[in-house]
Design a protein around this ligand. Sequence first.
Ligand SMILES: CC(C)(COP(=O)(O)OP(=O)(O)OC[C@H]1O[C@@H](n2cnc3c(N)ncnc32)[C@H](O)[C@@H]1OP(=O)(O)O)[C@@H](O)C(=O)NCCC(=O)NCCS
Length: 181
Amino acid sequence: MVYYITGSPPCARRGRVQTMIEIREAADSDWSEIWPIFRAVVAAADSFVFDPGTSEEEARGIWLARGNKVYVAVDDGHIVGSYLLKPNQPGLGSHIANAAYMVHPEHAGRGIGRLMGEHSLAQAKEAGFRAMQFNIGVSTNEAAVRLWTSLGFQIIGTIPDAFRHGTLGLVDAYIMYRSLE
Ligand SMILES: CC(C)(COP(=O)(O)OP(=O)(O)OC[C@H]1O[C@@H](n2cnc3c(N)ncnc32)[C@H](O)[C@@H]1OP(=O)(O)O)[C@@H](O)C(=O)NCCC(=O)NCCS
C-alpha cells in the first residue's frame, strides 16, 4: 500500500514536501536494511528492552521470528522503518495483538511512525485480533507515548521502575491497550 506524507525531508532542503511511502510485508532479503535501524534504535537504550549490544544474528531472530508478521516502510527504494505484528500471548491469549515499531533515527518525525501505527491497527483488525497491547511502553519515550495515545491507546497500568534506561536509570513502563472492536 502506498501513502503520501507531507513533511520536512531529512536532508538539508528547506520546506515541506510530499513524499510517497510504501508499506509492504518484509522479505528475508530486507534484513540488511532493517538491521541498521534495529541496531541504532536498540543501542539508544531508551525504548526497547533488547540488550543495547544485541548481535545481528540475535536481532534477526527477534525481529523475523516465526509467527511475526513483519512490515517495512519504504521511501524512494530505501527502508526507513519496520514494524512487527504478532499475538501478545499464545493460546487463549492470542486474540490480542502485540506490535513493535522502529523508525530510522534519521527519518524520525516525518510521520512514518504514525503511518506504520495506523497500518498495523488495520492489519491487526483484518487478521481478526480483538485488541492490541504494548507490554512495556517506556514512560519517558515521549514520542511513542504521544503517538499511541493519539491513536486511541490507553495506559491501563504502570509498572514501577520496569526499564533500565540508558541515561535516566530506572524508569516506569506503561501497559498500553486499544480495543479493535
Ligand atoms: C516512536 C517512533 C516509532 C515514532 O515514529 P516517528 O516517525 O518518529 O513519529 P511521527 O513523525 O509519525 O510522529 C507521530 C507522533 O509522535 C509524536 N512525536 C514524534 N516525535 C516526537 C518528539 N520528538 N517529541 C514528542 N512527540 C513526538 C507526535 O505526537 C507525533 O504526532 P503528530 O503526527 O501529530 O506530529 C520513532 O520515533 C521510533 O522508532 N522511536 C524509537 C523506537 C520506539 O520508540 N518505538 C516505539 C516503541 S514500540
